[in-house]
Design a protein around this ligand. Structure first.
Ligand code: HEC
Length: 119
């Protein structure tokens, strides 16, 4: 019985940490958000330079949102809006929408929006 319990516990820990990873890590997202060299960016500014502490991104992760006004025109997904800013403002390479970096960035942007809601 003890062995079965331990195996269940180990499985639970693995599943939980894997899902946390899949959802994005806001600490890593914060580092990316403040990195002027994000994804090969050459303009010398970070996301935070234009969106200090998430300014302008308060509703970027709102449920049911279908249109984002990015750095250059309207976009139909958050990932696309972020990639447009990376490409046109930061002068970097767009990220794979499914990549861990994109998930981390979104996790951080979400956490900023939550702080804003509490004010
Ligand atoms: C040079 C300034 C600049 C930089 C750098 C920049 N942005 Fe933007 N961003 C803007 C502007 C301007 C808008 C459009 C705001 C508007 O029209 O309301 C915008 C819009 C957005 C939106 C859409 C918001 C919404 O709710 O519709 C997202 C998401 C976003 N930026 C994320 C980022 C991320 C992530 C980075 C870093 C990779 C970044 N931006 C870098 C200026 C910048």
């Amino acid at each position: 019985m003890k062995i079965i319990f331990r195996l269940l516990l180990i499985t639970a820990v693995i599943v939980l940490s894997a899902s946390a990873f899949a959802e994005g890590d806001l600490k890593r997202g914060k580092i990316l958000f403040n990195d002027p060299k994000l994804s090969g960016s050459s303009f010398g500014v970070s996301c935070n330079a234009c969106h200090p502490r998430g300014k302008g991104l308060e509703h970027a992760c709102s449920v049911g949102k279908t249109t984002w006004s990015s750095c250059s025109g309207e976009r139909n997904s958050l990932e696309d809006a972020i990639n447009t800013c990376i490409l046109t403002a930061n002068k970097g390479r767009p990220l794979d929408p499914q990549s861990q970096e994109m998930k981390d960035l979104i996790a951080y942007i979400k956490s900023l929006a939550k702080k804003e809601d509490k004010k």
